[in-house]
Design a protein around this ligand. Structure first.
Ligand code: ZN
Ligand code: ZN
Length: 104
């Protein structure tokens, strides 16, 4: 809740602006909403896929499978629940479907 700096009335949110019902004071709040939109877009760019989901559209990379020696694997990022750990990259062999996480 925000109040008018002139007359202390409660400001009303009208059309992206905070307006005072008593005097002519108004405050543009569009800058703040712009910031939130930017952050949401960045979060969407991070690929987070559940292991149970279909992964046919995942990007592939050249990496050797520790199981069969195949040199192509699909990869994706997964955010672990623990706050201490950052995103971990997972790989899945396109040949034998063996799945492993990136070694540190
Ligand atoms: Zn006012
Ligand atoms: Zn393999």
């Amino acid at each position: 809740m925000m109040f008018c700096p002139n007359c202390k009335s409660m400001l009303k949110s009208i059309g992206g602006k905070l307006k005072c019902p008593r005097c002519d004071f108004e405050k543009d709040v569009s800058d703040k909403s712009q910031l939130q939109k930017t952050r949401q877009r960045v979060e969407k760019e991070i690929i987070i896929v559940d292991e149970d989901n279909q992964m046919s559209t995942l990007p592939t990379t050249e990496i050797k499978c520790p199981e069969c020696g195949n040199k192509t694997a699909e990869w994706w990022l997964r955010q672990l629940r623990s706050a201490d750990e950052s995103e971990v990259r997972f790989f899945r062999c396109t040949k034998c479907k063996f799945t492993w996480r990136e070694y540190d």
